[in-house]
Design a protein around this ligand. Structure first.
Ligand SMILES: Cc1cc2nc3c(=O)[nH]c(=O)nc-3n(C[C@H](O)[C@H](O)[C@H](O)COP(=O)(O)O)c2cc1C
Length: 409
């Protein structure tokens, strides 16, 4: 039996050199947060700021957060008066990826026309690394044909454009032009630097709990938060899969690239899986679907004092209902157990005709529902077992995908 290491790299930007360009838009106030998240994810961040950008955020802030000197000038001052290195070439060459956030209308125009009149624009012209541009500006500047034409030019050259969000803008206008939140910018960077080993594969994932209504006020649910499902959704999207997630009610945010189908009850989840299974190459059932639901629903609130004895009925088993659609699809199930996880997991794998089962230990604080880590075992129908101990759910998600990948190829 194998045991997967806790130290495996999970962030696609870990140890990657990111050259982070900051230009002179009001959203430059988000640049320190972006730098911080990039660092937390393990990236080595080199910041270049335009002169205009230094009016909005200080190089010192960026320097402290990235733990590196910040580049602002093409012709750097040093005691000899002679540049020690040609910054724009060395930065262009060392970059695994360049991200410009925010990117002003002016900077986008310069990029589109190959203008190299400062350190950042010259570095962008000199690099062969992938570039992500995050436009941010007033809605009229964004919608102006000049800006739109410039963005089309950049797209046609293979530059990744992260579309701005719509909403209230700093200038007082409403509309499209807001820099997406720092996490979203970093997610885009991660996606571009990720392995694309699931490209062209459709994955259907169920996630979260289900809620079984008793009356308009009360319902039965379980302790699933959707954290494990969300980690698998993110990992699968990053690795290039086309992901659809069918989720019960959760507070969690799923990766921005996934299609989301929201359901409430086990019955709704069953219908949604049945509707979407045909297109899927892989089904991952990470949801904690209620085994039992109230046999009837009261449209009126059941008053205090009335006899409230609940009659429960067994929910239809989702996997059994779609087993005829399986064909060459890969089915992955989850089991939550408090003891004998290997034995119960294997039994469920066989009974449900699964290819893989992730049997989790529940009932302890650092594993299972609500926790950020999991302990358990992955069992495959070919008899291989891989244990995992206190493993972060994000890492476990990649390990599960690795097991699936072995069966696809
Ligand atoms: C307060 C203020 C806010 C600005 N915000 C933006 C902005 O959000 N987006 C933008 O494209 N330009 C904005 N500008 C205009 C740019 O700063 C200006 O075009 C500048 O030349 C950009 O230089 P750079 O592209 O070299 O950084 C703003 C200017 C000021 C004074």
């Amino acid at each position: 039996m194998g045991n997967t290491s806790k130290d495996k790299i999970i962030s696609p930007i870990e140890n990657k050199k990111i050259v982070f360009g900051v230009t002179g838009g009001i959203a430059a106030y988000k640049a320190p947060l972006i730098a911080r998240i990039l660092k937390l994810e393990g990236a080595d961040v080199y910041t270049i700021m335009t002169e205009a950008a230094t009016n909005f955020v200080t190089p010192l802030t960026m320097q402290v957060l990235t733990n590196r000197p910040v580049y602002t000038r093409m012709f750097a001052n040093n005691p000899t008066g002679i540049p020690l290195e040609i910054s724009h070439i060395s930065l262009a060459d060392l970059a695994d990826l360049m991200v410009i956030a925010p990117a002003t209308a002016n900077f986008i125009a310069k990029m589109a026309h190959g203008i190299a009149d400062d350190l950042l624009s010259t570095t962008v012209l000199a690099t062969q690394a992938p570039i992500v541009v995050c436009p941010s500006m007033n809605v009229n500047m964004f919608e102006n044909k000049a800006t739109q034409d410039n963005l089309s030019i950049l797209r046609s050259r293979g530059i990744h454009i992260l579309e701005p969000d719509s909403g209230e803008l700093a200038c007082g206008w409403e509309g499209k032009g807001r820099l997406p939140e720092p996490e979203r910018v970093v997610a885009e960077v991660q996606k571009i630097l990720s392995l694309d080993d699931f490209s062209g594969i459709n994955i259907l994932i169920t996630s979260g709990p289900t809620s079984e209504d008793i009356d308009p006020i009360r319902f039965i649910t379980n302790r699933s938060t959707g954290k494990m499902g969300a980690a698998i959704v993110e990992a699968a999207c990053l690795r290039g899969a086309k992901v659809k997630v069918i989720t019960g009610p959760v507070d969690i945010q799923y990766a921005p690239w996934a299609k989301i189908v929201e359901v409430r009850s086990a019955k709704e989840m069953l219908k949604a899986v049945q509707k979407n299974i045909t297109k899927a190459d892989v089904l991952i059932m990470a949801a904690a679907v209620a085994d039992y639901a109230p046999a009837s629903y009261s449209k009126k609130k059941i008053k205090k004092g009335e006899d409230l004895s609940l009659k429960l009925e067994l929910s239809t088993d989702i996997l059994s209902s779609i087993k005829d659609n399986k064909g060459r699809k890969i089915f992955v199930g989850f089991a939550a157990e408090t003891d004998n996880i290997s034995e119960y997991g294997r039994r469920k794998l066989d009974e449900k005709g699964l290819d893989l089962i992730v049997a989790n230990m529940v009932g302890r604080q650092d594993t299972g529902f609500e926790s950020d880590t999991n302990t358990g075992i992955i069992i495959s129908s070919s008899g291989i077992e891989e244990g995992f101990n206190d493993m972060p759910k994000k890492m476990l998600a990649h390990t599960i995908l690795d097991c699936i990948k072995e069966r696809i190829s």
